[in-house]
Design a protein around this ligand. Sequence first.
Ligand code: SF4
Length: 325
Amino acid sequence: MIYGHVYKTARDEDGNHLSAGGLREAPWAAIAPVVHAVRVLERIVADDALLFDHRAHYLGKGKIQKGNGSLRVSTLVDRIEDFVAWANEEATALGRGHEVIPPDPHGSIGTERFRRSLAWHIARRPGGLVALAIQYGHLRTAVSGGYAARSRDGIHKLLDVETARATIDTISDLQEDLDDGLGISGPAARRAINAAATAPQFQGTVITARTARKILSNADLAVCDNPNTLLMCVYNRDRALCHRDTDNSSPSLDRCVSSCANIARTDHHAEQLRQRAAVLEKRAGRLPYPIADRLHHNADRLRTIADEHDRTRITPLESAPCPPS
Ligand code: SF4
């Protein structure tokens, strides 16, 4: 847990401003890389200094900041640009030209857009909504299940917009795949096809906080890809097996249950299942008997799921109701 102080918003019980600051009401529950980064910063700065104390982080170029305090926003903007330059040098040196960050037509990235970029990437991971809430400091958002009912400002708008964008991206990709002739299987396959059919109406839509709320409240659009378990969750609260005893309004992708009625798989997932099986077999070849046996068993299980997909897959045409005769 990371505890910090706030100054601008620190108030006493009567609402008077506390110029000496106060302890931040909600601490951050940080993941290991964040804790490591804080430990490194603690070693860089003096004992009683701020983690981003400007004196400790001065790199010997530009104007020296006067007085105490942390790095200014303008310095952080420069640092983000330096980071982009470093990442591009690394990508070029390692022969990974496709990972070079292109010049930005809108100028410097800045702290606001950097924050949004991080949010974009986190929102697209399984459990990303919770991770976003944790990393952006809204612990109560993360631990409370009633996310959808909470008032929305600041971080909530950001969470809504990024989650809605991720949802639209998922159904648009699915629609493209189905149009290309890909098949889909699983108990939720038909619901996934119906959700994908709505994708064209969102093309070109600018996702504002308002449109995001509309999209997120539409239960028919609750489709999340889950790369970790190689399936797609077409969420229906009443059928979810990941949180039967709680009143959760979103799927717990990290606790996905293989027999859930919300599961759908595309041909891509079947292909990835076979690829993962091949990797496990390869690994098993270098390991001693009990572990190798377990990996062979897992590889068989993944191939069985992929075969089952091939046997039961349908396409949008096959799922369409028959026209009246
Ligand atoms: S258990 Fe069901 S509802 Fe939960 S994540 Fe898996 S598919 Fe979705």
